[in-house]
Design a protein around this ligand. Structure first.
Ligand code: ATP
Ligand code: MG
Length: 349
């Protein structure tokens, strides 16, 4: 089953660590995985075993927005140019949709293959955040590229997209937090850890977001009792201190099969929980929510920013779905490819 999975939580709670373990777990099982680092602190590459130079050489999605937008808009007549497209612009007739397993110019420009001992995964990163990214400037948002990717993704069975991200106001304003089949909120057994959970739960309430808490650095009964008391049935599983993780942090990752049994079982619980949400999938709701957040963003800053009425980008009859027709043959495909190459050259020059 394809699943879109987010790991969120307080800074330092273990989002990157648990994302990386989960990605390794899926790769070991032979599942196709796209791993995305959308966190303020970009550490997923390192957690997947890249050295500093390799991690620094990863292309930043945030720098390749013109290419991404040009490819995605395809021949959609409601979106005349990449400049007219904002991070919430939804796909419509003529848009190009993306798949987990295919090759396309977006992956060519933004994804790199990372070899794990279980198999290879595709890794994409937003790129490092600056102070400007953390303010109210929605149009600067580094995660805009990830939102566009998720909103144009038609994922089939047995594929996984795993996103390591911040539980920040940015993802609430744009609607990014509604883009996942399941959201794992990583929480240490502390008051701060569970306060992020409460805030998330509050935002999630009206949008049918499936939210599960993964306790991390849980040592003993008192920690477990605390989390149970604070988050109740939303507590899915807990992970204790891992010597395997510690060894990896020292730059000496043991083979993944040597991960502690209890932690391996926790990863199996995460996968089972993710797979179980497949039945809850509702493409119509998914499409409706992206339109809802697009109209909200259009009004609050997008229309002013682009000088256009961005509500007109909404294709009322369009529903994103697994069997949606591709737009590979759409006119303009070559043009977008050419533009992509040029943009890529500029970005890496
Ligand atoms: N279960 C664990 N066992 C051992 N060490 C852990 C565990 N979970 C997290 N850590 C360590 O705690 C530190 C913080 O973890 P991590 O970087 O995954 O958190 P994060 O939520 O991604 O943080 P940030 O907000 O900075 O991105 C790391 O040094 C990591 O190795
Ligand atoms: Mg992190």
């Amino acid at each position: 089953m394809n699943m879109k999975i987010a790991f969120v939580g307080k800074g330092g709670s273990g989002k990157t660590t648990l994302s990386s373990l989960f990605i390794r777990h899926l790769a070991t099982a032979g599942a196709p995985v796209v791993a995305i680092d959308a966190d303020i602190n970009q550490h997923l590459g390192a957690a997947l075993g890249l050295d500093e130079a390799e991690a620094a050489a990863l292309p930043a999605m945030g720098d390749r927005l013109p290419l991404i937008k040009d490819w995605l808009r395809g021949s959609n007549p409601r979106i005349p140019s990449a400049e007219a497209m904002i991070k919430t612009t939804p796909p419509g007739t003529g848009s190009r949709l993306l798949r987990v397993r295919e090759d396309n110019p977006v992956y060519d420009a933004c994804a790199r293959a990372v070899e794990l001992d279980g198999g290879a995964v595709r890794l994409m990163v937003t790129g490092p955040f600056t102070d400007a990214d953390l303010g109210v400037a929605c149009y600067h948002s580094k995660t805009g590229a990830v939102e566009l990717y998720l909103n144009h993704l038609v994922d089939g069975r047995d594929e996984y997209v795993v996103v390591d991200m911040t539980a920040g106001s940015d993802s609430f304003a744009s609607g990014m937090f509604t883009r996942f089949d399941i959201t794992f909120l990583v929480a240490e057994p502390t008051r701060k850890g569970v306060s992020v959970y409460r805030q998330y739960k509050e935002y999630a309430r009206d949008f049918g977001v499936t939210l599960k808490v993964v306790g991390n650095k849980v040592q003993g009964q008192d920690d477990l009792d605390f989390l149970r008391a604070e988050v109740g049935d939303d507590l899915l599983v807990t992970v204790g201190h891992s010597d395997w993780v510690r060894a990896m942090e020292k730059g000496r990752p043991p083979r993944f099969e040597l991960l502690e049994d209890a932690n391996r079982r926790a990863l199996q619980v995460l996968r089972a929980a993710a797979d179980a949400t497949y039945g809850l999938r509702d493409w119509e709701r998914y499409t409706r929510q992206m339109v809802h957040f697009h109209l909200k963003n259009a009004q609050s800053w997008g229309n002013a920013r682009t000088g256009a009425d961005l509500a007109e980008q909404v294709d009322p009859g369009f529903v994103l779905r697994e069997d949606a027709p591709g737009a590979e043959d759409a006119p303009g495909a070559e043009g977008a490819r050419g533009a992509g190459r040029a943009a890529d050259t500029v970005a890496t020059a």
